[in-house]
Design a protein around this ligand. Structure first.
Ligand code: ZN
Length: 297
């Protein structure tokens, strides 16, 4: 799955749980929610640091990408240490392969711990240690990464959740790369839009005070809806029906038209003073999208 899909699907899965907090009017809660959300964004891109190329993380969070390379080496080293493979009777050799240890719950736990440790060191140096923020960063990194491998579980390459202890693989039939020449799978975009739509509805509901229930009831409802959506997404990813594949050129044209419409809206509301800056930004963004497209991770 593409980096930008990992990012948007993961954020839109977590956002519904954070939206109710925005309406509590407690400043601390808001700061903590943002810390969690940023960690989810970073977490959703972390596992692909094992792909050997230059994933979205490399372009958007270069410092963290640079940190992940030694972290991955440490994780692999820990598994090689003192014959753990033999002692734990592991099914797999742990090395630097793509969708190996960095795409498994045990690897996610270790890499999140190591990255949080780095944040703690920075906090200690800057003398602003805050344990709640630190725990939220750790939780966000774990959640973002787990969502990443859940999303990868919907693709044809699949995920071995028990790696390196077992062989059970979860896989769907979503093709991030082109299955047939000129065709593109629209499901990742669809999941992103459905989840984004749910967040938007929640935002509207709270803004107009339509969701005036007890917090317990609201959170129960949100949890059930998100779980149901994910069951739906996973079963949808198993379908091999051709309706999910669209002409790549048509999808690109539709996207371009949508972007142009958005830009015109922005231009009309802000004037065209920044058109040069926008053009430059667009070019940069296009380059990144192309790279993202080529990476196919
Ligand atoms: Zn991945």
């Amino acid at each position: 799955m593409l980096g930008r899909h990992h990012l948007s699907i993961s954020v839109f899965t977590v956002l519904p749980f954070i939206i109710p907090l925005f309406f509590l009017n407690t400043q601390n809660v808001l700061v903590y929610s943002i810390a969690l959300l940023v960690a989810v964004v970073v977490g959703s891109l972390l596992p692909d640091s094992d792909c050997g190329g230059k994933p979205k993380l490399y372009y958007d969070f270069g410092i963290i990408y640079d940190l992940m390379i030694p972290i991955q080496k440490i994780v692999v080293f820990l598994f090689k240490l003192s014959g753990i493979k033999k002692r734990l009777n592991l099914q797999y050799e742990v090395n630097h392969e793509h969708r190996g240890i960095m795409h498994s719950p045990i690897g996610i736990l270790i890499s999140s711990l190591l990255l949080t440790l780095v944040v703690l060191i920075f906090m200690l140096i800057g003398k602003f240690t805050n344990l709640i923020t630190l725990s939220l960063i750790f939780a966000g990194l774990v959640i973002g990464q787990l969502l990443h491998i859940l999303e990868d579980s919907c693709t044809v390459s699949g995920i071995n959740w028990k790696f390196p202890f077992g062989t059970k693989e979860l896989k769907g039939r979503i093709c991030t790369f082109e299955k047939q020449e000129g065709k593109v799978d629209i499901r990742a975009g669809l999941y992103q839009n459905i989840l984004g739509g749910f967040s938007f509805l929640l935002l509207l509901g709270f803004s107009f005070k339509l969701l005036d229930f007890s917090p317990y009831l609201i959170y129960l409802g949100i949890t059930l809806i998100i779980i149901a959506l994910w069951f739906f997404f996973y079963s949808l990813s198993k379908s091999g029906n051709n309706i999910w594949y669209r002409d790549k050129e048509k999808v690109m044209t539709a996207k371009r038209n949508w972007n142009r419409m958005q830009r015109n809206l922005v231009k009309n509301s802000f004037g065209s003073d920044h058109s040069h800056h926008r053009k430059k930004h667009r070019r940069k963004k296009k380059y990144r999208n192309d790279v993202d497209w080529i990476m196919k991770v």
